[in-house]
Design a protein around this ligand. Structure first.
Ligand code: IMP
Length: 462
């Protein structure tokens, strides 16, 4: 489905050149001529409204592939007058002709998955286009229990996880105790795999002084889930690879954001996987050279849920005002989000790590009505001006923001459909973000609805 005409462009299909491209170095084995692989990455701590952009862009996509995380993520999509909440299934499933893919980089809670499928069925949506990788890991109740026990053990240094068990499920994956989808849906193998995994996990649970979980009821419950999940499970990596080679349009969607990346985020206050663009390759078998464009997504201001350093955080009435106007409460946990001005240093860090070819700036409308708006342009760390993100969290915890302020704007931005309809101050604000982060802005979001979107540079997307 093409984007509405209000976006002012018709991106699909991209014509093939008449003659093959001439390469100055040996031609790659896979020669493709269309820009068809777009990766969407959160620039900061998640909740940048990636879900809305995925919903807007998935209308043009053949495949919508989620490459990391589990049901710690969440977004709400309004479609056909109904509201859908997604934690696992890529929202591209709502678009006809778009196949939704849960990749091997994800951990899947079967109960949440089935709830989402039931909700889609209840709203007369077809789910036949859902595919789940055989190598995705399955999340069990013992993961959720261990998430809570580990957080309690950390005490003051708790991560502030979503308590969904996602971290412990990835721990099992790395420790090679995890149960993959292929084993989960195999009635022969699953009982034994669960027996061994549970016995091992129960030892840890008892070390924390808790009662062990019982095997039989768990097996019965999860065997029922497996029956329902089985039809969706397949050789997804091969299918994605073939789709890329066939020049299909593929939207890869990360969960969370760069500053929650296990290696490049604010460790240990991070999630347990790789939300950066490289995660798309790790999670799906996509080769790095097959990525055409990377769209980084940041809000016009910054938010964070959970613990950990957040140098541009605001407190008091300013933070409360942003939280209220932006309705900044977690989709998954309902927790109030910490709010601050946009951290340009962190967005540039994210852009460099993931190679953003462009940025989407969301929630510009929320900042309407402020006399002045702020941007964090450097950190003061014990008297030294630092304009990069330090790797050592002890340093980042000491960082004080060095602000740039810009004149604010007013008016209802959600009515704007073209850049020249935005107030001049808002445009100046966008230009400053581009200049600092060295990344052009391709999309500006001015409201929650699909049509409240301004596409500035369609050429930087597909
Ligand atoms: P976990 O992913 O549940 O282990 O939580 C680890 C950290 O990531 C915590 O600070 C969470 O608040 C944060 N987190 C996980 N998922 C999301 C998300 O979808 N949006 C924002 N923060 C998230």
């Amino acid at each position: 489905m093409p984007l509405p005409a209000t976006y002012g462009y018709s991106p699909h299909p991209v014509p093939l050149p008449a003659t093959p491209l001439v390469y100055s170095r040996p031609a790659p084995i896979i020669a493709r001529y269309v820009m068809s692989v777009l990766v969407i990455v959160g620039a900061l701590w998640g909740d940048e409204a990636k879900g809305k952009l995925v919903d807007v862009l998935a209308g043009d996509a053949d495949l919508n592939v989620r490459y990391c995380g589990g049901h710690n993520a969440g977004h709400t999509v309004a479609a056909d007058g109904k509201t859908f909440k997604f934690h696992l299934i890529p929202s591209g499933i709502l678009h006809e002709n778009c196949t939704a893919v849960i990749s091997g980089g994800m951990v899947v809670c079967p109960k949440t998955l089935l709830d989402e499928l039931d909700n889609l069925h209840a709203n007369a949506k077809t789910t036949g286009r859902l595919r789940i990788s055989k190598s995705a890991h399955v999340l069990f109740p013992y993961h959720r229990l261990l998430d809570r026990l580990e957080e309690e053990y950390r005490g003051a240094r708790r991560v502030g996880t979503t308590s969904r068990g996602v971290g412990p499920a990835y721990q099992d994956k790395v420790a090679r105790f995890g149960i993959r989808m292929a084993e989960f849906v195999d009635p022969e193998r699953f009982p034994e795999r669960l027996r061994i995994a549970l016995a091992m996990k129960n030892r840890t649970i008892q070390l924390y002084g808790e009662e062990p979980l019982e095997y039989e009821p768990l097996l019965d419950e999860y065997q029922e889930y497996a029956e329902r999940v089985r039809p969706f499970v397949g050789e997804v990596e091969r299918e994605v690879n073939e789709a890329v080679r066939a020049g299909k349009r593929i939207l890869f969607e990360g969960a969370q954001g760069t500053m929650l990346d296990l290696d490049h985020g604010t460790y240990p206050f991070v999630t347990s996987t790789y939300p950066t663009a490289g995660g798309a390759c790790l999670g799906t078998g996509l080769a790095p050279g097959q990525i055409d464009n990377v769209l980084g997504v940041c809000g016009a201001y910054a938010t964070r849920v959970g613990s950990g350093p957040f140098p541009s955080e605001l407190c008091g009435s300013l933070a409360d005002r942003i939280r209220e106007e932006g309705r900044e409460f977690g989709t998954t946990t309902g927790r109030p989000r910490r709010c601050g001005w946009l951290d340009l240093v962190a967005v540039r860090h994210a852009s460099r790590i993931s190679g953003f070819t462009s940025l989407a700036v969301t929630r510009l409308d929320v900042l309407s009505g402020f006399d002045q708006v702020g941007l964090c342009a450097a950190y003061d760390i014990e008297g030294t001006r630092v304009d990069w993100v330090p790797t050592d969290m002890a340093e980042l915890e000491k960082a004080e923001p060095l602000w740039e302020t810009m004149p604010g704007w007013s008016g209802d931005l959600s009515l704007c459909r073209k850049e020249d309809e935005l107030p001049a101050q808002a445009t100046e604000f966008l230009r400053r973000i581009e200049a600092f982060t060295e990344t052009p802005i391709s999309i500006v979001s001015v409201g929650a609805r699909r049509e409240e979107t301004i596409i500035l540079r369609p050429d930087l997307l597909w």
